[in-house]
Design a protein around this ligand. Structure first.
Ligand code: ARG
Length: 458
């Protein structure tokens, strides 16, 4: 059934019909569409725009359609133009003329705006649950690896010793910001566009506050033109998802590096790795690579919608139908990646010995050696120079700083004493850094406690 046609004398060209139709993708929110219609009917009845009987008949029929679709007993007819036409024509085929009253005081413009909001709200909640699970996984790794020493990097060069807990703690902060971004978006988008009509509102005495409260919104939108043409919340969510993907991609990249033969910091579980069809020895980090790769898709969806919306005059334009496919794809992609990353991390084993050995070589304790001299009264700039010479000498001897004899130390500066060995031990280097946010055990314990507190709300 077409929802229009009265003013036309010729049928639509088939290619035009197919190009215009959205049922293939807007059936995604079939249930939200019906939920919205039920609230609309309840409100129309309360306002005596429909009789009690009409309201009851429409509502009951919509409830059955809802359940049948949910249970897979009613197939969606893809020859309809969109999901709104499908639901309405199914309703009319079941209860006749009364069904034709459902669309009183409503337009597809405010209807689709409502459906997307209802759908997106559910999706934000699902995504939030997945992010919290990922944060729990990361926090568990932090608890377990508070004394697992590894090198921290700058420029992908070994810089200073840190712990795995500290390194993973950086990702905890990133994903926590992502979770709070979802909270913000939800709070801003939770207003009801229904009642905006096509753009100008309606002549019926709708109770928009009532409809909004039935659907769990904080209230109705305050401008009907904006109500039908606002897609900001989708752009905000795509932006938040892009940032999440960027964070997941960075961690994936590190896991790819850590998983190489050269590093061997981690071992991915067999259940989360894949093989090569030709090279029998291979165990590839495909999941990490796919997360890294799929980041581009989500960025693409963000750029796509920003570009679609750019230059659109108020109010509704059919361009806006393009808000759906790439957005749905971005949601599926991001949720899938969150789930996989969390499950993969849960099964990954960390090679403590390799990490510690790597942190011990490579002069990661050079800063601490300089600080040692400062502790003995040498100005930092001079200390920096002395340690530079020491490193140069150690490289020529193919030794780590820890392996130099006291005599070798003293040849460079006689300020050095026996206690230098203790001062540059990696454990000392890590555990002397105990200001909040640093890698030392005491500092990490405080942060983990704060993480626990944050997570205990969920
Ligand atoms: N399929 C349309 C969309 O996604 C529904 C709204 C149609 N409104 C209209 N005036 N043609 O945007």
């Amino acid at each position: 059934m077409n929802l229009w046609g009265g003013r036309f004398t010729k049928p639509t060209n088939q290619l035009v019909y197919d190009f215009n139709a959205s049922i293939k993708f807007d059936q995604t929110f079939a249930l939200q569409d019906i939920k919205g219609s039920i609230a609309h009917v309840k409100m129309l009845t309360k306002q005596q725009i429909l009789t009690e009987q009409e309201g009851k008949d429409i509502e009951n029929a919509l409830q059955s359609i809802y359940q049948e679709i949910e249970q897979g007993r009613l197939a969606i007819d893809e020859s309809c133009e969109d999901i709104h036409s499908f639901v309405e024509s199914t309703l009319i085929s079941r209860i006749g003329d009364t069904g034709k009253k459902l669309h009183t005081g409503r337009s597809r413009n405010d209807q689709v705006a409502l459906d997307m909001r209802l759908y997106t709200r559910d999706q934000i909640q699902m995504m939030h649950t997945l992010i919290i699970d990922l944060l729990k996984t990361i926090n568990d790794i932090m608890k377990e690896h508070i004394d697992t020493i590894m090198p921290g990097f700058t420029h992908l060069q070994k810089a200073q010793p840190i712990t795995l807990a500290h390194h993973m703690g950086a990702y905890f902060e990133m994903f926590k910001r992502d979770a709070t971004r979802l909270d913000d978006i939800y709070q801003r988008m939770n207003i009801c566009p229904l009642g905006s009509g096509a753009l100008a509102g309606t002549t019926y005495p709708l109770d928009r506050e009532y409809t909004a409260s039935l659907l769990g919104f904080d209230g109705p939108c305050l401008n009907s033109i904006d109500g039908v043409s606002d897609r900001d919340y989708l752009i905000e969510l795509l932006s938040a998802m892009s940032t999440m993907m960027m964070h997941m991609s960075r961690l994936s990249e590190e896991m790819i590096i850590w998983n190489t033969n050269e590093y061997q910091f981690i071992e991915l579980d067999d259940t989360f790795s894949t093989g090569s069809s030709i090279m029998p020895q291979k165990k590839n980090p495909d999941i990490c690579e796919l997360i890294r790769g799929k980041t581009g898709r989500v960025y693409g969806a963000l750029m796509g919608l920003l570009t679609t919306m750019k230059g659109l005059p108020l109010a509704y334009n059919k361009d806006m139908q393009e808000d759906k496919e790439m957005f749905f794809d971005a949601l599926t992609t991001t949720k899938g990646c969150l789930q996989l990353l969390s499950d993969m991390l849960k099964t990954t084993s960390f090679n403590k010995d390799k990490m510690k050995a790597s942190a011990t070589g490579g002069f990661t304790n050079a800063t601490d050696a300089a600080d040692y001299l400062v502790g003995k009264g040498v100005p930092f700039r001079d200390a920096h120079g002395i340690i530079g010479q020491l490193v140069l000498y150690a490289i020529s001897q193919n030794k780590a700083l820890d392996d130099l004899t006291l005599e070798e130390f003293k040849n460079i500066s006689d300020v050095f004493d026996q206690d230098i060995y203790q001062a540059i031990d990696v454990n000392t280097c890590v555990n002397k850094r105990n200001t909040i946010g640093a890698c030392g055990q005491e500092a990490m314990k405080k942060v983990i406690e704060l993480n626990n507190q944050y997570l205990s709300q969920y």
